[in-house]
Design a protein around this ligand. Structure first.
Ligand code: HSE
Length: 419
């Protein structure tokens, strides 16, 4: 594609994001990008665009030689993968916002980009309006990135804000998130953490060169959080957020997970409310940096798609520097987490699985404990998500293997067991 060539777009999907992009492009004529055709599933729906723009046949777009850019913003991950794979093979540049598809097919998509030498850009797929993928890809050197903590799902953050700060109940808050176009068409993907872990899969790749299946990353959503948990948070001047976290360990590997977490009121992530997302990066020399912006919604998401389209004008491609130009990092399970667990029935909590328990609160309305547990136990067991049990990480929850051994030795020494 020579510089500043007219971009002729074939768009797949005309939902919240697709229609947003259509409107945004009308307001940015300087971009020299126009939509030639839009492929939709349901031709019966009323749409705010001329009927001649639409088709239901994907080949009208994929086989059109004039169309040099495919923008794919549909809901169905399998269909999205077929479209993106065919488009790349047909020599087209691709912009996608389908985080589920991208996360589930990351290895194949990496191979396809190498094979076809075409661009596949997907800034909108994580944190919507925040340019986090391109920043991780371009700006941060592998060895300097100590940790990333982020709120990557707008709907759950919106629901938590509305429930615990404005007194709405869960159903009302979710309905509002759906009405505002933040939630996935299957809201279980938001609420139970699937959407967040899909986004985290993509960000782990651009941050650390990790290629991992989303279902191999420890995650949960906010479905088990109770009013009693929020009351405990308030009493400690904290909030509960769904936090995606990655931390480089002393052994050179990376610990990563997406779990509800208590966040101190003066932390950057505590500032992130409603559908906003936030990313806190800690690196060697820059120290702490905070990215903040809308993580869901029509125009904020379309803005990231637009930025990718604009980047195609100067032939931008992800180089996957951390994967191909550095030594990629591996994920580690060799850590321990300091967790808060609240429950109805203590008999259903396997106390022996904890390394130690630091707090017991049996008298509260909602019973809870705070203890240290192996990451591996949470990855393999399910008791902590069942029987009305709720698990929330404490602030700064990661304890490394080497530290735990030191702490255990010290406590044995104190107990007089070893000299
Ligand atoms: N359902 C997603 C969210 C939309 O709430 O974050 C943006 O990816």
């Amino acid at each position: 594609m020579e510089t500043h060539k007219q971009l002729t777009i074939g768009l797949f999907g005309f939902g919240v994001v697709g229609e947003g992009l259509y409107k945004v492009l009308q307001q940015t004529p300087s971009l020299k990008a126009s939509i030639k055709k839009v492929c939709i599933k349901n031709p019966g729906k009323r749409r705010n665009a001329p009927a001649s723009l639409f088709t239901t046949d994907k080949n009208d777009i994929l086989n059109d030689r004039d169309i040099n850019v495919i923008v794919e913003v549909i809901d169905d991950a399998n269909a999205a993968f077929e479209i993106v794979a065919t488009a790349l093979k047909n020599g087209k540049e691709v912009v996608s916002a389908s985080k589920k598809m991208l996360a589930e097919h990351l290895p194949e998509l990496l191979a396809l980009q190498k094979e076809t030498e075409r661009s596949l850009l997907y800034e909108a797929s994580a944190c919507a309006s925040i340019p986090v993928i391109r920043n991780l890809e371009e700006y941060y050197d592998n060895d300097l990135l100590h940790s990333i903590r982020a709120i990557v799902n707008g709907s759950t953050n919106f629901i938590l804000t509305k429930m615990f700060e404005e007194g709405l109940d869960f159903k009302e808050a979710l309905l509002l998130a759906q009405q505002l176009g933040f939630a996935e068409s299957n809201p279980k993907l938001d609420v139970e953490g699937f959407d967040a872990v899909n986004k985290w899969t993509l960000l782990l790749n651009h941050a650390y060169g990790i290629v991992e299946r989303p279902d191999n990353i420890l995650f949960n959503g906010i479905q088990n959080i109770q009013a009693g948990d929020a009351a405990v948070a308030r009493s400690k001047n904290q909030q509960i957020k769904l936090v995606a976290q990655a931390k480089k360990l002393q052994n050179g590997k990376v610990a990563a997970f997406v779990l509800p977490q208590f966040v101190n009121h003066d932390e950057h992530l505590a500032f992130v409310k409603n559908e906003y997302n936030g990313v806190v990066i800690e690196s060697g020399f820059a120290d702490k940096q905070f990215f903040y912006g809308k993580g869901a919604g029509s125009f904020p998401t379309a803005s990231a798609v637009l930025s990718d389209i604009a980047a195609l004008r100067y032939h931008y491609r992800y180089e996957y520097k951390k994967l191909y130009h550095h030594t990629p990092h591996a994920l580690s399970n060799d850590i321990f987490l300091r967790v808060y667990v609240s429950f109805d029935n203590l008999a259903l909590i396997p106390k022996e699985k904890f390394e130690w328990i630091e707090e017991w609160h049996a008298q509260e309305e909602r019973k809870y404990l705070v203890g240290v547990i192996a990451f591996e136990e949470l990855k393999t067991a399910t008791w902590w998500k069942e029987n009305n049990t709720s698990l929330v990480l404490t602030p700064d929850p990661v304890i490394e293997d080497v530290e735990i051994r030191k702490l255990k030795k010290k406590s044995l020494e104190l107990a007089g067991v070893v000299g």
